[in-house]
Design a protein around this ligand. Structure first.
Ligand code: HEM
Length: 140
């Protein structure tokens, strides 16, 4: 990712974070629409989960400039996700639901350049998480 892309990700996240749980609700609505089979994995309170997701995304977005801090936390998060029943194919659905949420919440200001930056950020993170969780800790 270029420094400019990191700026774009951070500035677009700043537009959705004030929406808090509402952004989380949009996200889960979309996720369960495109991947109905993952609904059964969420056993806890979805309201609380929506808040946690946005909070965790905030940490990730802040730490994009400090990958030494971000990657160990992301790998540990991915390992916990194996216990939640998450499979590699689910990462794509979550990425698409995330992009959709950003576009829905931000509107036309979420332009092609911002979308490309988010795809780069989520793709990098998902690759690291999947490598840690499903390839015995080796980055593919
Ligand atoms: C960047 C990617 C992701 C982030 C930042 C994220 C964030 C979180 C956080 C913060 C939690 C709370 C528990 C914990 O910290 O261990 C959680 C739980 C969970 N996540 Fe994720 N997650 C991501 C990807 C995914 C994917 C791809 C799936 C697949 C559907 C998923 C499904 C779940 C489930 C099922 C739980 C447990 C919910 C429950 O107990 O009801 N997550 N996630």
């Amino acid at each position: 990712m270029t420094p400019h892309q990191i700026d774009l990700v951070q500035s677009s996240f700043a537009k959705i974070s004030p929406l808090g749980d509402d952004a989380g609700r949009i996200f889960y609505g979309r996720l369960f629409n495109i991947a109905p089979d993952v609904r059964r994995l969420f056993r806890g309170d979805l309201e609380a989960q929506a808040g946690k997701l946005i909070q965790m995304l905030g940490v990730i977005v802040t730490d994009l400039k400090d990958l030494d801090a971000l990657l160990p936390a992301a790998r540990a998060l991915a390992t916990r996700h194996v216990d939640y029943g998450v499979e590699p194919s689910h990462y794509n659905a979550v990425g698409e639901a995330l992009i959709w949420t950003l576009a829905d919440a931000i509107g036309p200001e979420f332009d092609e350049e911002a979308e490309t930056a988010w795809r780069a950020a989520y793709g990098m993170l998902a690759d690291e998480m999947m490598a840690a969780a499903y390839n015995g800790g080796m980055v593919a």
